[in-house]
Design a protein around this ligand. Structure first.
Ligand code: COA
Length: 266
């Protein structure tokens, strides 16, 4: 096992940090001034980090974390407006395929808002720990969009159709307590303790036989794997189209102009 100083992709300055120590690769979303919203370059760095972690024998477990005040505000809205992902090769889709098929265990530490992909990426993590300040939201419809990350399949499966419909159609934030009750997260702790808890669990996992962990994860995920890949591809086509449509353009422009969107024409 190797230990290394935090590193980051050159294209994203230090907005995605990775650090490997004692068998655990910690990936930190580090763009706090923009509420950890994620740009195409950051998705690319995250996809690369997962790919490297997959092949690096020194990595046995991955931890994904943000800041104690914000996990992620989801996709960078300026990117949605100016350079929306248009093909299946776009970094966001590469990241989603990578995380959804990642064979090693992923532990997530979530504090503060987790918006859009900040929540849906958790559906592809194995253990999720949350601060009591966590607020989860899936505002795709409010942005003129549809769900991604196979969340249109995984959320109804996880929490039942009525509760998934409430989360996805209304898009209102829900608390850590609700997320725990819905089965989205494993445990709630004070925000300043979340990262340490995730690290502690990751270290426990890293001490276990890797082959047994990976085979157990594979078997648990096997029933969904085909459907997840298929739904993610279908969502990606709709999402890419809807990003260009007037309702979404109005939503993004309204966000940038700090006003309420006007959907009366759509
Ligand atoms: N993309 C781009 N910039 C974003 C962003 C995003 N997703 N989320 C926040 N920011 C920017 C804000 O525009 C603001 O910029 P400014 O300082 O130039 O005005 C800065 O980050 C701080 O955000 P602010 O909204 O003032 O913080 P807050 O603490 O009041 O609220 C959130 C935090 C996450 C609840 C809120 O920022 C939010 O709802 N963001 C949009 C989430 C979203 O719709 N994401 C897309 C999901 S598909």
């Amino acid at each position: 096992m190797s230990a290394s100083a935090p590193t980051s992709s050159s294209s994203t300055a230090a907005e995605i940090l990775t650090h490997v120590e004692a068998g655990v690769m910690t990936l930190t979303i580090n763009r706090v001034a923009r509420k950890n919203s994620i740009t195409a370059a950051m998705y690319g760095a995250m996809a690369d980090a997962l790919e490297n972690a997959n092949h690096d024998a020194a990595v046995r477990v991955v931890v994904i974390q943000g800041h104690e005040s914000i996990f992620s505000a989801g996709n960078d809205i300026g990117d949605f407006l100016n350079k929306p992902p248009s093909t299946a090769d776009a970094p966001v889709f590469r990241f989603l395929r990578g995380i959804s098929s990642f064979p090693k265990v992923i532990v997530a530490a979530v504090s503060g808002p987790a918006v859009g992909i900040g929540t849906t990426l958790l559906l592809h993590c194995d253990l999720v720990y949350a601060g009591d300040n966590a607020a989860f939201s899936l505002p795709f419809v409010n942005l003129g969009l549809c769900p991604e990350a196979a969340s249109s399949f995984l959320l109804p499966q996880l929490m039942g159709y009525p509760r998934a419909a409430e989360a996805l159609l209304l898009g209102e934030p829900f608390s850590a307590e609700t997320a725990l009750e819905l089965g989205l997260i494993n445990r709630i702790v004070p925000p300043l303790e979340v990262n340490a808890l995730a690290q502690g669990q990751a270290l426990k996992l890293a001490a276990k036989p890797l082959g047994a962990l990976m085979e157990t994860k594979r078997l648990m995920k096997k029933g969904n794997a085909g459907m997840v890949a298929e739904r993610m591809a279908e969502e990606g086509v709709s999402f890419g189209r809807m990003l260009q449509e007037p309702a979404a353009r109005e939503a993004f422009t309204a966000f940038m102009e700090k006003r309420r969107p006007d959907f009366s024409r759509f």
